[in-house]
Design a protein around this ligand. Structure first.
Ligand code: NOJ
Length: 479
């Protein structure tokens, strides 16, 4: 049995992008400025020092991009709607009809090509005025603005969109994109430090969970009957394995999983409706949910999205040891270098398909086999790619190994009864990789950023995926 034929007929094989990472056109459609426009204008913040206006021009080239998706043959395309392109200051004060039309046009084009849209409502870029109005998700008013934005999206796109994701990587977003935290990635604008800033990620997570739940309930009450879509939430997934069998390392490993993965989904997916017990034990300041709030949050998702790129080996933090980051300090754990291959060279991605298999079984057992959509998985070009000839860059054998290894892991998980409903390759094309700028390229299609046309060319991995999907479709008579 070949690998593509191991996936059931209704399995979705997708690829993804996010608005800020591909769109460019920051002044079109009356778009307002976002946090990332601000970050990119800070001197020295983006590692490759790229021009703040450089982009793939996805806003203008969407027809070509849909044609590319259709050529690859994906069943579904995950993209995000830019909050700032629809509501320039984040509130309903000004609604940009041109922005709305743009996303409708993409959805209509996808429909004409038999591709299912999967829409993320928040993928890391927040209207700047909202962020500044009391620091991001720490301000409950901002949460209300986001709930209204989500409601507007259901009104405007709900006839065409049947799969919604409220937050991309809610765990990462709460942790890194709200305030700057020593030892952590900084994915937010440089602003004066707020009081008790080490509590900020936990407060942000609390607010975002409540916001997610309110959006979910609103959809159930007002849109589900007529639009019949699904609402999910995406978490960044990293599996953790203990460094040894000692009880101290085993406990540390569980705490790491709680801090890195469970804290933003356990309240939704378990009966407790609350953060993990280990967090409650260690953090006296952790916000408390009222009984009513727990009821609101519990069960507020139709599926769990997981983005997967790496796993960790975890040990207990030794007495007197200085932790490398706040998360490690708060939860008293540390990382050991893992056993996994650095398949792209010296980067943070690891080739750990066994970790994905482990994580899927963990979710199956801990969360009552909730449907799981792998909303991202992929890797970057080999480091040092800058000096390579185009032909060498296109010949991305390491990425084909990465993708096929992870698809194998998913097939194995399906055999073990894991409820996986889709797999998404990150990403359709080379694009703006946040603080790494354009120096790190995850695309299965290359973008020539020097060409006026930002020419897209399929790498070998895109051709591999195309062949894979063709065989899958042929097997199920879907062609
Ligand atoms: C997860 C994020 O959702 C996406 O925006 C990013 O580009 C990839 N990870 C790769 O870092």
């Amino acid at each position: 049995m070949s690998l593509p034929t191991k996936f059931p007929k209704n399995f979705q094989l997708a690829t993804a992008t996010a608005a800020y990472q591909i769109e460019g056109a920051k002044n079109l459609d009356g778009r307002g400025f976002s946090t990332w426009d601000s970050i990119r204008s800070e001197n020295g913040r983006i590692h490759d020092n790229s021009d703040p206006d450089l982009s793939c021009e996805g806003r203008l080239k969407y027809k070509e991009d849909v044609a590319l998706l259709s050529k690859i043959g994906v069943t579904s395309y995950r993209f995000s709607i830019s909050w700032s392109r629809i509501l320039p200051d984040g509130t309903l004060k000004t609604i940009n009809e041109d922005g709305i039309q743009f996303y409708r046009d993409i959805c209509l084009l996808l429909r004409d090509n038999g591709i299912e849209p999967i829409v993320t409502l928040f993928h890391f870029d927040m209207p700047l005025s909202i962020y500044d109005n009391g620091t991001s998700w720490l301000n409950k008013e901002n949460c209300e603005h986001f709930e209204k934005f989500a409601d507007l999206c259901f009104q405007k796109f709900g006839d065409l969109v049947k799969t919604w994701i409220t937050f991309n990587e809610i765990n990462m977003q709460a942790w890194s994109s709200v305030v700057k935290i020593e030892g952590e990635l900084w994915l937010c604008p440089d602003r004066p430090e707020i009081e008790n800033h080490e509590q900020a990620p936990y407060i942000a997570a609390t607010n975002m969970l409540l916001t997610h739940a309110k959006i979910y309930r609103n959809y159930q009450k007002n849109y589900k009957e007529t639009q019949n879509g699904l609402i999910g939430i995406t978490n960044g997934g990293r599996f953790c394995l203990p460094a040894s069998d000692s009880p101290a390392d085993l406990d540390a490993c569980n705490r790491a999983l709680d801090w890195l993965f469970n804290y933003t989904i356990e309240p939704i997916l378990t009966d407790s409706g609350d953060f993990p017990a280990s967090m409650r034990e260690k953090l006296p300041f952790l916000p408390k949910f009222s009984e009513e709030e727990k009821k609101l949050i519990k069960g507020s998702t139709d599926f769990l999205g997981i983005n997967y790129y790496l796993s960790h080996i975890v040990r207990n933090l030794n007495d007197g040891e200085e932790p490398a980051s706040q998360s490690e300090r708060d939860a008293a754990y540390a990382f050991n270098e893992g056993k996994w291959e650095k398949i792209c060279g010296e980067t943070w991605v690891r080739y750990a398909p066994d970790g994905l298999f482990g994580l899927l079984k963990y979710v199956r057992d801990k969360y009552n086999n909730i449907p799981v959509f792998i909303t991202e998985n992929g890797c970057m070009d080999l480091v040092g790619g800058e000096g390579r000839k185009e032909e060498e860059i296109l010949d991305d054998k390491h990425r084909i190994k990465f993708i096929s290894g992870h698809l194998e892991a998913v097939a194995k998980a399906l055999e073990e009864g894991c409820n996986v409903i889709g797999y998404t390759l990150w990403t359709l094309m080379d694009n703006f990789e946040w603080d790494d700028g354009f120096g790190v390229k995850f695309g299965i299609c290359r973008v020539d950023f020097d060409s006026p046309d930002k020419t897209r060319t399929m790498k070998y991995s895109a051709k591999y995926y195309q062949t894979f999907i063709r065989e899958f479709k042929k097997h199920h008579n879907l062609l």
